[in-house]
Design a protein around this ligand. Structure first.
Ligand code: HEM
Length: 529
C-alpha cells in the first residue's frame, strides 16, 4: 500500500513530499470538519454565555466554575451527581448550567418559580418538542397541532380531566382499597426484601391497577413488562437529560433504550386500539356506555392519532414510576421513624376505622397520614425537573433576563431542600404539613412542587396521594416493619433507592382487638400468615 508521506532522493538533495491519497484527503477533511464544529460550538457557547451573563444581573454564574468546559459544559459533574452539582448553587436565586453546549437557566427563587409555572399569560409554556429528536415526528405533530388546535383543547381538557378523575376515585374507591390491601399483603408476604424486589412488586402491582382503573385494560403479565420497560426507559431518559452525550458513546444503552421505548410504543398502540374498541362498542350497545373509560377520554381531549399515542404513552410514564417511588420512600421513612408510625396509629384510632373498611371521607380525615405522604414527596420528589420554554423575552423578579426560546429549569428537589425556603430541610417532619397541606411551613404554594403547579400541574395528584395513603395504612395497621438504607449524599437522578432492605412482620391480633371496637372489621384486616 502506498505511504501517505514519503521521502525521495532526487540526487542533489533529498526532499520530503506528501502523496495525497483519497484516504488522506478524507481524514484531513474530517479533522477539519471536527475542528470547525468544535470551534463553532466554543464560539457559540462563548457568545451565548456573554449575552446571558450580561443579562442576568444576579451573577449569571455557570455551575462549578465561571467557565464551563468547552463543548461539554457542566455535563461531567451533572452526569456523576445531578443533584449534588446543582446543590452547590442552592443559595443563588438563579444560575446557569450547560448541558453540552446548551445553556439552561435554573431557578431557585419562589417569585420566579411562580411566574414561570403559571405561564405569566403565555410567556412560558411546556417545551413542545422536548425529547422529539426525529424531524418526521416533529412535523407530524406540528401538522396535527395545526389541524386540531391541540394547545387550547389540551388546556380545556386539563380542568375537565381533573374533575373526571375525582369522580372516578369516588366511584372506584372501594375497589381501589381492596386491590391495594392485596398489594400490601403480597408485599409483606416475604418477610425480608431487598429494595429491588420490593420496588418491583409495588411497581408491577400499581401499573396493573392503574391500567385497569384508567384504561379498563386488564393484563397482569403485560403490566409486569410495562413496569420493567418504564423503569429502564425512565432511567435512561433521566441520565440523558444530564448527559446527552451518552447517546453518542453508549451503544449498549442505546439498543436497550430503543427496545424499551418500542415496547412502550407497542403497548401505547394496544391501549389506543382498546380505547377505540370500547367507544365503538359503546356506540352499538348502550349497556356498555357504563364501562367507557371516561377519564382517559376526558384527559385525551381533542387530539389526532399521533398526539393520542404520545399522550397515552406519556400518561403511562407519568403515573407508573412516580407513585411506586413515592410509596417505597414513604415506607422507608415511616419504617425508620417509629414516632411517626405511632402517630399514624394514634390518628387511625381516633377516626376509629380499620384499613379494610375505610371509606374515602375517613381516608381524607387522616391528615397526619396525608402529611407523611407530602413530606415524603418533599424530600424525594420523583420528577427531576420541570421545564418551560420562554415564548418571548422576559425579565424575572430577581433581575434574571430570559431570552425567547430559552429553556428554564425548575428542580423540585432543589427547591424542597433549600434552607432559605424550608426550615430544617433535611429532616423528615410530617408535622410541618399538618394544618397546611398545600405548602407546609414554607412561605407559599410554589415552595412545594412535586406535582408542579399552575395550569400544567399533574392531573393525577389526587389519585397518587390516595394510592400511597392506602398502601401505608394497610401496612401500618397490619405489620411491624423495619428498613435499612445505605444513604448516599445525594439521591440518584431517577430517585430510585439502592441497597434498601425491608423486613415485615405481621402484627399480633391483640393490638388490633384493643384498637377497634368492631371485632369483625378487625378480623378482616388480620393477615392469616
Ligand atoms: C406521586 C406521583 C406523581 C408525581 C410526583 C407526579 C408529578 C408530575 C409532574 C411533576 C408533572 C409535570 C408538571 C409540570 O410539568 O409542570 C406531572 C404531569 C402529569 N401527570 Fe403526574 N405525577 C404523579 C402521578 C400521576 C398519576 C397517578 C397520574 C395519572 C392519573 C398522573 C398524570 C399526569 C398527567 C396527565 C400529567 C400531564 C399534565 C399536563 O401536561 O397538563 N400523574 N406529574
Amino acid at each position: 500500500m502506498e505511504s501517505a508521506c514519503g521521502s525521495r532522493n532526487t540526487g542533489k538533495y533529498t526532499s520530503l513530499q506528501m502523496t495525497v491519497t483519497p484516504r488522506t484527503a478524507v481524514a484531513v477533511a474530517a479533522s477539519a470538519a471536527v475542528c470547525g464544529v468544535a470551534a463553532a460550538t466554543v464560539l457559540h457557547m462563548y457568545w451565548t454565555r456573554r449575552k446571558l451573563k450580561n443579562a442576568i444581573q444576579t451573577g449569571g454564574k455557570a455551575v462549578d466554575d465561571e467557565t464551563p468546559w468547552p463543548l461539554v459544559g457542566n455535563t461531567p459533574s451533572l452526569a456523576s451527581s445531578f443533584f449534588g452539582t446543582l446543590y452547590r448553587h442552592v443559595h443563588e436565586s438563579v444560575f446557569l448550567v450547560w448541558v453540552g453546549s446548551t445553556p439552561f437557566i435554573v431557578l431557585n427563587d419562589l417569585k420566579s418559580v411562580r411566574r414561570v409555572l403559571t405561564g405569566a399569560g403565555g410567556v412560558y409554556s411546556k417545551p413542545k418538542y422536548f425529547g422529539y429528536r426525529s424531524k418526521a415526528i416533529k412535523s407530524a405533530v406540528e401538522r396535527e397541532r395545526k389541524a386540531v388546535e391541540l394547545e387550547s383543547a389540551e388546556l380545556a381538557a386539563g380542568d375537565f380531566s381533573r374533575t373526571a378523575l375525582e369522580a372516578l376515585i369516588v366511584e372506584q374507591f372501594g375497589w381501589l382499597n381492596v386491590e391495594i390491601e392485596a398489594l400490601a399483603h403480597e408485599l409483606a408476604a416475604r418477610s425480608d426484601h431487598d429494595q429491588q424486589h420490593a420496588f418491583q412488586q409495588i411497581q408491577q402491582g400499581l401499573v396493573h391497577l392503574n391500567l385497569r382503573l384508567l384504561y379498563k385494560f386488564d393484563d397482569a403479565q403485560l403490566a409486569g413488562k410495562v413496569s420493567y420497560w418504564i423503569a429502564h426507559a425512565g432511567l435512561e431518559f433521566a441520565k440523558r437529560m444530564a448527559n446527552p452525550f451518552r447517546a453518542w458513546y453508549h451503544w449498549a444503552a442505546n439498543v436497550r433504550f430503543l427496545a424499551h421505548v418500542s415496547g412502550l410504543i407497542g403497548i401505547g398502540r394496544r391501549l389506543c386500539k382498546h380505547l377505540d374498541d370500547i367507544v365503538a362498542a359503546e356506540r352499538k350497545d348502550s349497556e356498555l356506555a357504563e364501562t367507557a373509560p371516561s377519564w382517559v377520554h376526558a384527559w385525551l381531549g381533542k387530539v389526532g392519532k399521533i398526539g393520542k399515542l404520545g399522550k397515552v404513552v406519556g400518561l403511562l410514564m407519568a403515573s407508573t414510576q412516580t407513585v411506586p417511588l413515592t410509596a417505597i420512600w414513604s415506607v422507608y421513612l415511616v419504617a425508620t421513624h417509629e414516632s411517626v408510625r405511632n402517630k399514624i396509629l394514634a390518628e387511625v384510632r381516633k377516626v376509629n376505622t380499620s384499613s379494610a373498611c375505610v371509606d374515602l371521607s375517613e381516608l381524607d380525615s387522616l391528615t397526619f397520614l396525608d402529611a407523611v405522604v407530602r413530606e415524603t414527596l418533599r424530600i424525594y420528589p420523583p420528577f427531576p425537573v420541570l421545564q418551560r420554554e420562554a415564548q418571548m423575552e422576559d425579565e424575572l423578579s430577581d433581575g434574571a433576563f430570559v431570552q425567547k426560546g430559552q429553556i428554564v429549569y425548575i428542580v423540585p428537589w432543589l427547591i424542597h431542600h433549600n434552607p432559605k425556603i424550608w426550615r430544617n430541610p433535611e429532616a423528615f417532619e410530617p408535622e410541618r404539613f399538618v394544618g397546611n397541606a398545600s405548602h407546609g411551613d414554607a412561605e407559599n404554594d410554589y415552595a412545594f412542587i412535586p406535582f408542579g403547579r399552575g395550569s400544567r400541574m399533574c392531573a393525577g395528584y389526587r389519585l397518587a396521594i390516595v394510592e400511597v395513603k392506602l398502601l401505608l395504612l394497610h401496612l401500618v395497621l397490619n405489620y411491624d416493619w423495619e428498613a435499612a438504607y445505605e444513604s448516599p449524599e445525594y439521591p440518584a437522578i431517577n430517585m430510585v433507592p439502592s441497597k434498601m432492605q425491608f423486613t415485615f412482620r405481621a402484627k399480633k391480633i391483640s393490638y388490633l382487638s384493643a384498637t377497634f371496637e368492631h371485632a369483625e372489621d378487625a378480623s378482616r384486616v388480620i393477615p392469616t400468615a
